[in-house]
Design a protein around this ligand. Structure first.
Ligand code: ADP
Length: 911
């Protein structure tokens, strides 16, 4: 307010140089009020027009006034004296201060007063300039108001406003901080003004270095400062803060930063919660089988699509992100326009579309896509989100269900049986089919529906119990239609469960026609039964008659045969050639008649069950040889080659040898008979893989049998028609006999044949039943032992050596029947081995069949055992050379052989 500067003094000096008029003109023109006040009286001597205008007094009136009258702030003389004292005492040359003038109309005028003391000789005057500062005051006032308002705002904004000075030495000083600091950071502003490091201490330890680094990287470079981090408040609360500041470099090198610090704890928490929600959402979305998607409003930007998209569409989500309309390309052509239409309209509410897509692998999938709008804060739709679900399986399932439902309806309605669906609780008919309406002669379905099921069965409570206990019930019974007519029904009740609900499904089949048919059938069967019995009786009588008659026929026939033979042989010379041919004719015809009668007799016996089999152990080899023997002569005559193949491990059979030989002879005779000259007939024995059967097959290269005749050839008297057949003699009884004999052995016979190629007859006998010894148990000793039975040591032991199986078989059978034990060899080389194992009492050797020189054999078996040597002649030099060798001339009757053996046995067997 006081100043010792000299400008005004200089102005005074200059003034003195101006003339009075010029001075007055200047004073009068001054835009400020100018006063001259007598320093002694303090009365206003002069006031320029501006001063008069400012105060509103005329000069005359003003010249009567002192500053005390004008100044509104001076209340007494002392105050005025005190004010001017420094001037008066020459301490200062000028004072200036702000004060207020009171105008004539009482209004107050703020002014800045410049006061100087002017000495004019011994007179002193005050020269005062009053600058109207009312405008400035108004501005100041409004500024104050603004500042106040700003302060209020600053104090009320939800953050801390501050100003910092960053000095070039790195120190920082807080210049301003608003009142919110206490509220947010828990300490008053003074604390921070005093030391900024207090703020640094509040920063979370883990974030502090980052804070300082951020400052370093921004403020010195005058970059905007932005930092978010944690603080631990004095009350030990962790809060999140965000600071933004703008640095400005002042001319003095200080960087001033004006910044705002916000407490963003709530926001951060919300952010974290959002993040957590987002993680949950992502996990959820990414594990969901359905596709979640979100696009912007015009569908040009795909904001999100869940990974299920790849699984369902077989396409990469990235490709879709790059080109969201790509999904349209994959839509089934038939659904494309429908989908395009649906998405072209603005989606204002939830909407659903179902469409098909074609995956890259060609598979077609059905999708249900639900889209809904997403509004922004203003409630305007700005995005579209949706969920697409793969409903292929569901749809297929639905189609299947509807298919089966239709199928069921068709089956139910079109079934020829009457069907009813019955409520198990009320026993009312819930549904029935067309046939039910027709069968019960109901006027319509409605007449049956919701009626109790009495018309279905008269005693349903009994049925209900049976259904509950056994799950169903079934019976044939007489039922009545709605119009009271009786019919036969096959009635079946069945418990069924449909969608966890129990029902009875009742079926009635109209069996009225069946019943009468059954009745007829029964009567026919009864008649047939009676006829059969009569027929059987007649057949038996016929067979018995045949058997008797055949016997009666055979006796005279034998006489005819015997006599014709006798005539042929005895009186050949006395009869003429014609008579000879006649006798020959009689003989041939009688022979044919005899074989016919024999066959008839045999067959008749078999039919009447009079044939019993005589099972004996039979060597396969000898069986085959003896059978072939019978046909050999015929075969030779026709130059037919006879062959045998025995391919089985089984050696010996338990069969009726005579009968099976009869079978083989029959088949072989037919084979030779029906095979043209130069053909082949083969007898093969083998077994099937599973050893179920031993199989004898007789095959030929003959005329064969047409396939349509094959089933008849086993019928009695059946012979093939045709020219060829007439060329072959026969009775037509051979094969029926054969079949019967095989059946008696529990076997069977089959035939394969090709006309002009040949035929093969297979005789199959049960392996396990007929095969006695298998060469599996190899070794001569074991085979021989098997032949001995169990009483080897007690019975005399005879060793037969012959290459003729048939001879061995017949000899053995006879000798065994006579109580001997028999062992045999068919090859002479086996003899030494056998003799090391066994000690026969007598050895019988057929020297001819073994085709060996007698001496060699005798020498080898020189053990003193008596040897009967069978020979074509009665003498042999061996018989003289060796004392234990006796010769027998072939043929040898069995009884004779037995006597010879008996004579050679040791004494203990002679009794
Ligand atoms: P037959 O005494 O006439 O041979 P069968 O009962 O033995 O009587 O045979 C019946 C018929 O079966 C024969 O007449 C013949 O027509 C036919 N037949 C049997 N075996 C053969 C065969 N090996 N080749 C061709 N035809 C055969």
């Amino acid at each position: 307010m006081f100043s010792n500067t000299q400008p005004n003094l200089q102005a005074t000096n200059n003034l003195t140089q101006l003339d009075h008029l010029d001075l007055v003109t200047i004073l009068e023109a001054s835009p400020n009020g100018i006063y001259l006040v007598d320093a002694e009286t303090l009365k206003v001597e002069y006031a320029n027009p501006t001063a008069l205008k400012q105060l509103g007094y005329p000069l005359e009136e003003l010249q009567q006034m002192t500053p005390l009258n004008i100044n509104a702030e001076l209340t007494n003389q002392e105050q005025l004296q005190e004010l001017i004292a420094p001037l008066m005492q020459g301490e200062v040359t000028q004072i200036n201060f702000e004060t207020t003038h009171r105008c004539r109309d009482g209004t107050l005028l703020p002014i800045e007063l410049y006061l100087q003391l002017i000495n004019q000789g011994n007179q002193s005057k005050f020269f005062a300039i009053a600058v109207d500062i009312s405008q400035r005051k108004d501005i100041e006032k409004s500024l104050d108001n603004t500042v106040h308002q700003l302060k209020t705002i600053a104090d009320h904004i939800p953050g801390i406003i501050y100003q910092n000075y960053h000095f070039s030495d790195g120190t920082i000083q807080i210049k301003y901080i608003n009142g919110r600091v206490e509220e947010i950071l828990g300490r008053s502003a003074d604390k921070f003004y005093a030391d900024i490091s207090y703020f640094l201490d509040l920063i979370h330890e883990a974030d502090r270095a980052n804070f300082l680094e951020t400052i370093q990287q921004t403020i010195p470079k005058l970059h905007s400062f932005f930092w978010e981090g944690r603080l631990i408040t004095p009350s030990n609360q962790m809060i999140w803060i965000q600071i933004r500041a703008e640095p400005q470099l002042r001319s003095d090198g200080i960087i001033v930063t004006n910044g705002v610090l916000l407490d963003i704890t709530a926001q951060k928490k919300a952010e974290l919660a959002l993040k957590e929600n987002e993680t949950i959402f992502r996990q959820f979305a990414e594990n969901l089988d359905d596709i979640l998607w979100m696009v912007d409003l015009d569908m040009t930007q795909l904001i999100y699509v869940s990974p299920a998209y790849e699984k369902i569409w077989g396409d990469s989500p990235d490709k879709l992100k790059n080109n969201p309309s790509r999904f349209l390309e994959k839509i089934h052509p038939e659904d494309q326009s429908y989908v395009e239409q649906a998405i072209s309209k603005p989606i204002t509410q939830k909407q659903e579309i179902v469409y098909r897509i074609i995956r890259p692998d060609g598979e077609i999938r059905w999708l249900r896509d639900r889209a809904f709008p997403i509004p922004n804060e203003k409630g305007e739709t700005y995005r579209i989100a949706g969920i697409a679900q793969d409903i292929t399986k569901k749809r297929r399932y639905q189609q299947e269900i509807s298919h089966y439902r239709q199928l069921r309806d068709v089956i139910f309605n079109e079934a020829t049986d009457a069907l009813f669906l019955i409520d198990p609780d009320t026993l009312k008919i819930l549904d029935c089919n067309k046939s039910a309406v027709q069968l019960l002669k109901a006027p319509s379905k409605a007449d049956l529906r919701y009626k109790t099921a009495t018309c279905v069965t008269p005693y349903y409570y009994e049925i209900k119990t049976a259904c509950e206990q056994q799950g169903g019930w079934h019976q044939e019974l007489s039922l009545s239609t709605m119009d009271g007519n009786q019919f036969w029904g096959d009635l079946a009740w069945q418990n069924i469960q449909v969608a966890e609900t129990n029902y009875y499904l009742v079926r009635i089949t109209d069996i009225t026609a069946n019943k009468s048919f059954e009745e007829e059938l029964k009567q026919t069967n009864d008649r047939l039964e009676a006829t059969n019995q009569e027929l059987e009786k007649a057949t038996r009588l016929k067979d018995e008659f045949l058997a008797n008659m055949s016997h009666e026929l055979k006796t005279p026939l034998n006489a005819i045969l015997g006599l014709s033979e006798a005539l042929k042989e005895g009186k050949g010379s006395q009869i003429s050639d014609r008579e000879k041919r006649a006798i020959e004719n009689i003989n041939v015809s009688a022979n044919h008649l005899l074989s016919l009668i024999n066959d008839i007799l045999d067959l008749a016996k078999m039919q009447t069950g009079k044939v019993t089999l005589d099972f004996t152990e039979t060597s396969i080899q000898s069986l085959c040889e003896t059978s072939l023997m019978f046909v050999r002569q015929q075969a030779n005559e026709k130059q037919i080659e006879l062959t045998t193949h025995i391919n089985t491990d089984c050696d010996t059979l338990n069969i009726d040898e005579f009968r099976i030989r009869q079978v083989l002879i029959n088949l072989l005779t037919n084979a030779v008979k029906f095979t043209p000259e130069g053909g082949q007939v083969t007898l093969t024995v083998n077994e099937d893989q599973s050893r179920e059967h031993i199989i004898f097959s007789v095959s030929d290269t003959g005329i064969g049998i047409p396939s349509d005749q094959l089933e008849h050839i086993f019928e009695p008297f059946y012979q093939l028609d045709g020219k060829l057949n007439r060329n072959y003699a026969g009775t037509g009884l051979g094969l029926p006999l054969v079949r019967r004999l095989i059946e008696l052995h529990e076997g069977n016979i089959t035939v394969e044949s090709q006309p002009q190629q040949g035929s093969t007859f297979y005789v199959k006998l049960p392996y396990s039943q007929v095969c006695l010894i298998s060469s599996d148990t190899s070794g001569i000793a074991s085979r021989l032992y098997s032949q001995q039975g169990n009483n080897l040591s007690t019975a005399p032991l005879v060793l037969l050596a012959s290459a003729d199986h048939a001879q061995i078989d017949s000899n053995r059978s006879y000798l065994e029947a006579c109580g001997y034990q028999v062992i045999s060899v068919t090859q002479i080389e086996e003899l030494p081995t056998v003799l090391t194992e066994f000690s026969p009492h007598v050895i019988v050797i057929d020297i001819e069949t073994l085709e060996l020189e007698a001496e060699k054999i005798i020498e080898e078996i020189q053990q003193g055992i008596p040897i009967l040597m069978m020979n074509a002649t009665n003498t042999h030099h061996c018989c003289n050379e060796f004392s234990n060798v006796y010769c027998l001339k072939k043929p040898i009757r069995l009884r004779y052989l037995r006597n010879e053996i008996q004579n050679l046995l040791p004494e203990e067997f002679q009794s």
